[in-house]
Design a protein around this ligand. Structure first.
Ligand SMILES: NC(=O)c1ccc[n+]([C@@H]2O[C@H](COP(=O)([O-])OP(=O)(O)OC[C@H]3O[C@@H](n4cnc5c(N)ncnc54)[C@H](O)[C@@H]3O)[C@@H](O)[C@H]2O)c1
Ligand SMILES: O=C/C=C/C=C(\O)C(=O)O
Length: 486
């Protein structure tokens, strides 16, 4: 069987690149596709096509025309749901049940919400009394920023890419997308949908490759890119800021986390266990919003640990097509090594391994896959590496706590600030604690419950800026104030 080819998408057409790299299936580590790596020439061509498209029909369209096209893009994703689902699951190994509920529907929703929003959001206007007794009127115009570089991670590939491309296009920009080298397929497939929906050539471009000395760096150091929006690791975010500094280029950064769950003794434990099971283990723990530090009030600590252990041991590990499976592999052998190194480190530090801590038994055909066991630890101090560094695997450490002020301080004791979950049936306590958390996002008695109109993003080293609703419009447009003397 010949290996499939995944191509760059530039100026409305698929193109090869400067070389090829292998894409492996995380379930068995077998190569199933060759991906065209974009070199400088391809990135230059993509940026030039994006610049030209701003001056073409795309730039002259009314907001309503643009919004109608983006609705067709969303409908195009839905019409080809099975293809997107298969591509996403093949790249990541995630269960079909997960991708069909989260990744692919959100891919479509991300276009619809911003297409609708952009038609309805007002800008400011003020009337000024001038010293000569006459008036002036000020109003703000929302104009596209231009060519947006979109650099994406591998954990929720279509969801996180369209979360940026949807609003960027709704605002009239053009984009050059660099999907993660681990997950090139759905971004490439979206090119076909763009063409079918009538998106003019050059508006949506995809270049494949890596970060340094590859497509990622060529985008972030390109002088003709007007803004860069990035989701990924904090360290990479810092490199992207540095690359844009000389250009005074705006960046929007959605970065890593070390998110706490605070479980109070008055919580509905059924709900807290169900939510924590998802926040620790969903997507094999590869969610930026995932919980890696769980703090449980002492009276329910033992019970909580026991119930989470039972839940973790009940997870069924398997391939995307295994209908019984609710946990897939990690994205790659490389990431497996990183996560397993933390499993080792936890043991070295003297953690009590409640469950897991290694690799699961899998059928021989899957032996080379990036499988790890769901893992729970207790017994480590807040200063240990396990409590401070983002692991990005299906694992958490559970610590007991004794009072509210203590758990707020410990929850906030991290350089990250993406999200937290609070579990309590006491509404006053929930609001009081929520207002003290140094995180961009707080969920009470829930996790990853998303309303796409709300501000989304992290504080501290978890990011810069907010996206979602009007906040996305703020980033993807330039406001020009027009002052007219009457
Ligand atoms: N805050 C959020 O919303 C959010 C969402 C998802 C993932 N994440 C974070 O993403 C990380 C996992 O994703 P990842 O491993 O793909 O992240 P990563 O930072 O390794 O890679 C992300 C992207 O950046 C590219 N890249 C790497 N170095 C670059 C450079 N120097 N210049 C330009 N591009 C470069 C990569 O090729 C990839 O496309 C975790 O830290 C997770 O917390 C955050
Ligand atoms: O892995 C990180 C998940 C991020 C989710 C979103 O950006 C979103 O739901 O819009």
């Amino acid at each position: 069987m010949s290996t499939a080819k995944i191509l760059n998408f530039i100026d409305g057409a698929y193109r090869e690149g400067r070389s090829w790299f292998e894409k492996r299936n995380p379930c068995d580590n077998q190569v199933f596709a060759a991906v065209a790596e974009a070199g400088k020439d391809e990135v230059d061509a993509a940026v030039a096509a994006a610049r030209k498209a701003l001056r073409g029909p795309w730039g002259r369209m009314t907001v309503h025309e643009r919004a109608a096209i983006l609705h067709r893009v969303a409908d195009g994703i839905t019409a080809r749901f099975e293809e997107f689902l298969a591509a996403e699951c093949r790249d990541t190994g995630k269960p079909r049940s997960l991708a069909s509920h989260i990744d692919i529907p959100r891919g479509a929703a991300n276009f619809k919400i911003f297409a609708d929003l952009v038609k309805n959001v007002p800008t400011e206007s003020f009337v000024l009394d001038t010293p000569d007794g006459k008036g002036a009127v000020n109003y703000a115009l929302r104009r596209p920023k231009g060519v947006i570089g979109v650099i994406c991670p591998w954990n929720l590939p279509l969801l996180l890419m369209t979360w940026k491309v949807g609003p960027a296009l709704a605002c009239g920009n053009t984009v050059v997308v660099k999907p993660s080298e681990e997950t090139p397929s759905t971004a490439a497939l979206l090119g076909e949908v763009m063409n079918e929906a009538g998106v003019p050539p050059g508006v949506y471009n995809v270049v494949h490759g890596f970060g340094p000395d590859s497509a990622g760096e060529y985008i972030t150091s390109h002088p003709d890119v007007n803004a860069v929006t990035f989701t990924g690791e904090t360290r990479t975010g810092a490199a992207i800021m540095r690359a844009g500094a000389g250009f005074i280029r705006p960046v929007s950064l959605e970065l890593g986390g070390k998110n706490p769950a605070l479980v109070f003794a008055d919580a509905d434990l059924d709900k807290a266990i169900e939510g924590t099971m998802r926040s620790v283990f969903a997507n094999c723990g590869q969610v930026c919003l995932g919980t890696e530090r769980v703090f449980v009030e002492r009276p329910v600590f033992d019970q909580f640990v026991e119930r989470l252990r039972t839940g973790a041991e009940g997870l069924v590990i398997g391939t995307p097509d295994d209908k019984a499976a609710n946990m897939g592999p990690l994205v790659s052998r490389e990431h497996q090594s990183k996560v397993l190194s933390y499993y080792q480190k936890a043991r070295d530090l003297g953690a009590a391994v409640v469950t897991g801590g290694g690799t699961p038994e899998v059928p021989a055909a899957l032996a080379e896959g990036a499988w790890v066991q769901p893992t729970i630890w207790t017994g480590l101090g807040d200063d240990s590496a396990i409590m401070r560094e983002e692991i990005f695997g299906p694992c958490c450490h559970i610590s007991p706590f004794d009072d509210e002020d203590e758990v707020v301080a410990r929850g906030n004791d991290t350089e990250y600030g993406l999200c937290c979950s609070i579990w309590t049936e006491n509404a006053s306590k929930a609001h009081r604690v929520a207002s003290q958390m140094d995180t961009g996002l707080v969920w009470v008695n829930s996790w990853f419950l998303r309303d796409l109109r709300t501000p989304f993003g992290g504080s501290k080293r978890s990011g810069i800026g907010r996206e979602g609703g009007v906040h996305s419009l703020e980033f993807y447009t330039e406001l020009s104030n027009v002052c007219v003397k009457l």
